[in-house]
Design a protein around this ligand. Structure first.
Ligand code: ATP
Ligand code: CA
Ligand code: CA
Length: 442
């Protein structure tokens, strides 16, 4: 599997930012992991810890290449979340260590977020707006409780919330989350579905240039595609989605999408699209009116990156252990460097229903026999609070004549529309055929 994006190395404009992010994560995560596990308290949800890094190092922090400040939010909550999502602590640290290069996908869209893949492609760092950051802190308890009660939730998995700042620089907030798409499988088609048709169209003619672009609702409908699950899988999937959306409605969240990746087992991993494709996805810019704004062409600075082999990984693990030992990121008073919630390697996701078929959820027929696709499904971009959008709307109004296009729909109807759209496109091929017979398409 080839990871696509712009390689972030010493020559990249965001190298310092990326380096600081990874250094901060490695330090704070190993610091928390080194302690004996314990129950969460109410205070853990509001906790924040500030660290200063500099080139000399001090009694708290190891020396770093650059001067920067790092803030770690609710470390215990995220440690418990990572355990709930069955992440292996050592593996997490290894993937996000600054020794290894990330690839960056800058957002040309309205949100201005940047996305960084860990080198092994398992994790995504997304920079978020301050409003989203504040909002995530506010709803963290609800999110945590939901994950606890719904181990198979389809919501984005959040693994960490942090902030970096270089001297005289601006504050950069970011989350670490799961990459829905597995490193070892080609995703043949990607869709970002909201259940709306207004502006939800990726220009088909641009597909040639960018064959793996993320397509939208209208592209999905035009292809007459379905999430091909027989009755049993469909029920499980819809029920979980409804529970997830209910939480989002309660928290007055909107603008989220169902991210859908389709792996076609017939095509397998043979497809030779890589050379032509420099971007896997084009983040951002998918709200109705905002789509109409020019966003510039696809990024052609992309660099292909090879996924490390098992042997390289083993070597990296050894190196990482050395780094951790040398730099002693674990502060005084910590006697044990063993991580109490250490999991068996590579068990991640296996036991989660919707990620149990090689990281996804395999299509089934009416009779439950397996189908030809694996679907990768998650509800993403769920940190947009209705109140914030209302404020932004005021701003956008000045930019567009068509007010109706940009009026945000309230969280309740947004969620209802979302559910009914996803439900309406979830059916086995047999069910789809039966329905086509009953109501012939015109
Ligand atoms: P906007 O607010 O303009 O919609 P954004 O910057 O908030 O954009 P998202 O909507 O979160 O970005 O994501 C944009 C795209 O990035 C998605 O359509 C998808 O292709 C990809 N993406 C986002 N999250 C993930 C994830 N967890 N795994 C894989 N791909 C992802
Ligand atoms: Ca989005
Ligand atoms: Ca967004």
């Amino acid at each position: 599997r080839v990871v696509v994006g712009t390689k972030v190395d010493q020559h990249h404009v965001n190298w310092v930012t990326a380096y600081n992010m990874l250094t901060g994560i490695r330090f704070t995560v190993s610091r928390t992991n080194a302690k004996m596990d314990r129950e969460l308290t109410a205070a853990d949800f509001d906790a924040k810890h500030k660290f200063s890094f500099d080139i000399t190092g001090n009694e708290l922090t190891p020396s770093a290449k650059y001067d920067f400040k790092f803030k770690d939010y609710a470390p215990w909550v995220f440690r418990h979340l990572r355990a709930k999502f069955k992440l292996d602590p050592a593996d997490y640290l290894m993937s996000l260590t600054s020794k290894y290069i990330l690839s960056e996908l800058g957002s040309p869209g309205k949100s201005g977020s940047f996305f960084y893949f860990s080198r092994d492609y398992k994790y995504i760092i997304k920079t978020i707006h301050h409003a989203e950051h504040k909002f995530l802190r506010k709803i963290l308890k609800d999110y945590y409780q939901h994950v606890e009660e719904n181990p198979d939730t389809l919501l984005s998995q959040f693994y960490g919330l942090h902030r970096v700042k270089i001297p005289y620089g601006r504050k950069i907030h970011f989350v670490v989350m799961n990459n829905l798409f597995p490193p070892h499988r080609d995703i043949h088609q990607t869709f970002d579905l909201k259940g709306s048709t207004v502006g939800r169209d990726y220009k088909e003619e641009d597909l040639e240039e960018n064959p793996r672009a993320t397509l939208k609702d209208l592209n999905w409908l035009r292809r007459n595609l379905h999430l091909e699950f027989g009755p049993d899988k469909k029920r499980l999937f819809i029920e979980q989605m409804e529970r997830d959306v209910k939480l989002l409605q309660k928290l007055k969240i909107m603008d989220y999408s169902m991210l859908v990746g389709v792996h076609d087992l017939q095509k397998g991993n043979q497809e030779n699209l890589r050379d032509k494709t420099l971007k896997v996805f084009q983040p951002g810019g998918d709200t109705a009116s905002i789509d109409e704004l020019p966003t510039g062409g696809p990024d052609t600075r992309g660099t292909l990156m090879r996924t490390p082999s098992k042997m390289e990984n083993a070597r990296k693990a050894r190196e990482l252990r050395q780094i951790i030992q040398q730099e002693k990121p674990i502060p005084m008073g910590q006697t044990s460097s063993r991580m109490p919630d250490q999991m068996e390697k590579n068990t991640m996701k296996r036991e989660f229903l919707f990620y149990s078929d090689d990281g996804g959820f395999r299509a089934t027929h009416d009779d439950n026999s397996p189908g030809d696709e694996i679907f990768f499904l998650s509800i993403i971009d769920c940190l947009t609070h209705y109140g914030t959008v209302k404020k932004l709307e005021h701003f956008w109004k000045g930019l567009s004549n068509d007010k109706k296009l940009i009026s945000p729909i309230r969280p309740e109807p947004y969620g209802d529309r979302f559910i009914s759209f996803i439900e309406s496109v979830t059916k086995s091929p047999e069910e789809a055929a039966r329905q086509e017979q009953a109501v012939p398409r015109t």
